[in-house]
Design a protein around this ligand. Structure first.
Ligand code: PRX
Length: 645
């Protein structure tokens, strides 16, 4: 099959930071051959109060990774103060677009610095100190950005929990890292949902989180919520009392910046920990090069800050680069399917970064929603989170980008801190669906199941990374052993990504998806074990096995096979109870799309569920089930196939 290659336009190359493949190759070679020198040079973009002593050291066996050791800096200072000091205080830092199209707000760098300093003082006066963990459970409101940077300013470690997570998930995340404070809002608005009970959910969680001393509550909607005297404090009341003078806390390059929980192959979410210096250098550098960010560009990443994309590419990367960054509270289909494009025109967005799932959902509503809007400001389009397939790629390129915007398909993970495999606009000829080539300093390899490197092109394997880079996570909070086991033990000497990939004849990387028990539903990472655990809590359920299946909009949908207790019959009620249990345990984004009741699951003689078979059935690939002779009872398969949903 020949793949059409899209070369960068002359115009896009002319002004780009990296303007052709030769320049990319030269710099790439430098970055991997002389990493110390390379990363020392790149770190100059950050303001350090004390220069580092050692650029990098890493040991992938013990999972010990350090960048810019001995260096001192403050992330909030780098994202705000230094721009103000350089005379750019009046530049717009943040444009907030509300769920309701009539609502928006702008913050200059001066204003954002003041807000952040004030809230930093609020935290301090309420006993939060350097190293304390603070949980943020909010929708996409400006106070979320303010709170993150306020934590960074005083050296507190933020742990953001995506606003759709349930109380139980919130409770577990707070407890895992013993957060001292929680920041939330009264209620939230998102699309047609105008009353998301954030405080109510937070209250339920906090009943079982002994470490929480204070709950700060932003008044977003004015809905009445109960406030527990002594514990709960209104954001606006505290802010009114606070001074805007809060000197940034000097932090070590390897001091923690934040924890972000993500799903893995077991039921317990992992607290991915990122540190200060390396993370900021990597987020800022990738943001500038991958999005070819130039002064004056208006940049919008549609992700939720509750995920890593929002951390690195709404807040830290863009603000460190003195960008104007846009934050959107709503959803792409409300009030109508033209909402994204209306915002692009309203704010003259030049660079737009979104997920394939959003593109698929919008594409099927027809082109008119896009064509109604001029979109003449757009210069560059990006995608992240899951493989982008040809139909939505073509639609993005031709209808949204009018054939004049490069698309950067960026592959990376919560754990990597920043973009790892990606085109560089202006330099990289694009093959739709391929994330193309490694970013500077990144050495991807493909491994066999046995851990042998697969050389050459035109090959597929397990995607691993050979050496450390500044943005790599440093540990799993409170569980360094699990960190070592999950990422380094299986293939010693490499960071294992959990993804499979193909390197084509021209050396382009094509990500083929997860090879572990992690699903990617609408770009959200969901552990099958977590969903199985949640289903198992529904009354009447004996056992559940969850796999993914191809879904037109979500990319992957969730397919649950459920066995019930001997005396329980499948029913609407049980189905409802299962969905409710998942919503309560994790959140509505993890609800199964299909539930198949079965009297038995396919198990080996040792009792292990053969997921390979379940996956094939869910994917409707029943002709290629493979060897089923090792099953304890092969006849189970027939029943499963017959009752397929
Ligand atoms: O499977 C890959 C997929 O998303 C996973 C990481 O998920 P998460 O940590 O939630 O971070 C998502 C946003 C950075 C990866 O292991 N993934 C991410 N980007 C791409 C992708 N799959 C294919 N193409 C991509 N561009």
């Amino acid at each position: 099959m020949t793949v059409k290659v899209y070369k960068p336009s002359v115009d896009s190359s002319k002004n780009a930071w990296i303007s052709d493949l030769d320049q990319y190759q030269k710099l790439y070679d430098e970055s991997v051959n002389n990493p110390d020198e390379f990363w020392a040079g790149i770190a100059e973009r950050i303001t350090w109060t004390k220069k580092w002593e050692k650029v990098r050291s890493f040991d992938f066996i013990e999972g010990n990774i350090k960048y810019y050791e001995g260096g001192k800096l403050n992330v909030a200072y780098n994202c705000l103060d230094r721009h103000v000091e350089d005379g750019h205080g009046d530049q717009t830092a943040l444009i907030w677009e509300g769920n309701n199209p009539a609502e928006d707000k702008r913050f200059t760098y001066n204003e954002l610095k003041d807000e952040v300093s004030k809230f930093a003082n609020v935290l301090k006066s309420n006993g939060i100190e350097k190293g304390d963990r603070v949980c943020l459970y909010m929708q996409m409101i400006p106070e979320l950005t303010v709170a993150m940077l306020a934590c960074a300013r005083i050296g507190a470690v933020h742990s953001i929990v995506f606003g759709a997570f349930s109380s139980d998930s919130l409770r577990d995340r707070i407890n895992d890292s013993a957060c001292k404070a929680l920041i939330t809002q009264d209620t939230g608005v998102r699309g047609k949902k105008l009353n998301i009970p954030m405080k109510v959910k937070a209250d339920k969680a906090v009943k079982e989180t002994p470490s929480i001393e204070h709950v700060f509550v932003v008044k977003r909607t004015g809905e009445e919520v109960s406030m527990e005297s002594g514990r709960d404090l209104w954001w606006h009341e505290e802010m009114a009392k606070a001074s805007n003078d809060c000197p940034p806390q000097e932090m070590d390059a390897e001091d923690p910046l934040f924890i972000l929980y993500t799903s893995g192959s077991t039921g317990k979410p992992k607290g991915v920990l990122h540190t200060t210096g390396g993370y900021l250098v990597y987020a800022a550098y990738t943001h500038e090069l991958v999005f070819d960010y130039h002064e004056g560009d208006i940049y919008w990443c549609t992700a939720d800050i509750g995920w890593i994309t929002g951390h690195s590419y709404i807040v830290y990367g863009p603000l460190a680069n003195r960008a104007t960054t846009v934050m959107f509270e709503g959803v792409p289909n409300s009030p109508d399917f033209g909402r994204f494009w209306e915002i692009v025109d309203k704010h003259n967005i030049n660079i737009f970064y979104t997920a394939p799932t959003a593109l698929r959902a919008l594409m099927r509503e027809g082109d008119d929603w896009v064509l109604k809007h001029g979109l003449s400001s757009l210069r560059l389009l990006g995608t992240v989170g899951e493989p982008i397939k040809e139909p939505e790629w073509n639609w993005y390129y031709n209808i949204v980008g009018k054939g004049k915007c490069q698309i950067v398909d960026t592959w990376w993970q919560t754990e990597t801190g920043g973009i790892m495999i990606t085109p560089l606009p202006g330099a990289t000829p694009i093959k739709p669906g391929s994330a193309t080539f490694p970013f500077f300093g990144i050495e991807p390899v493909l491994l066999t199941e046995e851990g042998k490197e697969i050389e050459g092109n035109g090959v597929s394997g397990l995607l691993a990374i050979k050496a450390a880079w500044p943005g790599i996570m440093r540990t799993l909070y409170g569980d360094h052993e699990r960190f070592k086991q999950t990422y380094f033990a299986m293939y010693p000497g490499y960071y294992f990504t959990g993804d499979g990939a193909r390197r084509d004849e021209d050396g382009y990387y094509w990500i083929t998806g997860r090879v572990d028990d992690v699903l990617n539903v609408s770009g959200h990472r969901i552990g099958t074990a977590e969903v199985e655990g949640a289903i198992g809590k529904a009354e009447g359920v004996a056992e559940a096995a969850v796999v993914g299946f191809p879904h037109d909009i979500k990319g992957q949908g969730i397919y649950a096979y459920v066995t019930l207790m001997a005396d329980v019959e499948p029913s609407e009620d049980i189905q409802k109870a299962i969905l409710k249990s998942v919503t309560n345990d994790i959140g509505p984004h993890s609800k199964p799309d299909k539930i198949q009741f079965t009297s038995a699951l396919p198990k080996t003689r040792s009792g292990k569920i053969m997921r390979r078979i379940l996956r094939k059935i869910a994917e409707n690939e029943i002709d290629s089930l493979g060897d089923i002779s090792t099953l304890a009872d092969p006849s189970v398969v027939d029943a499963l196939v017959q009752n397929r949903k």
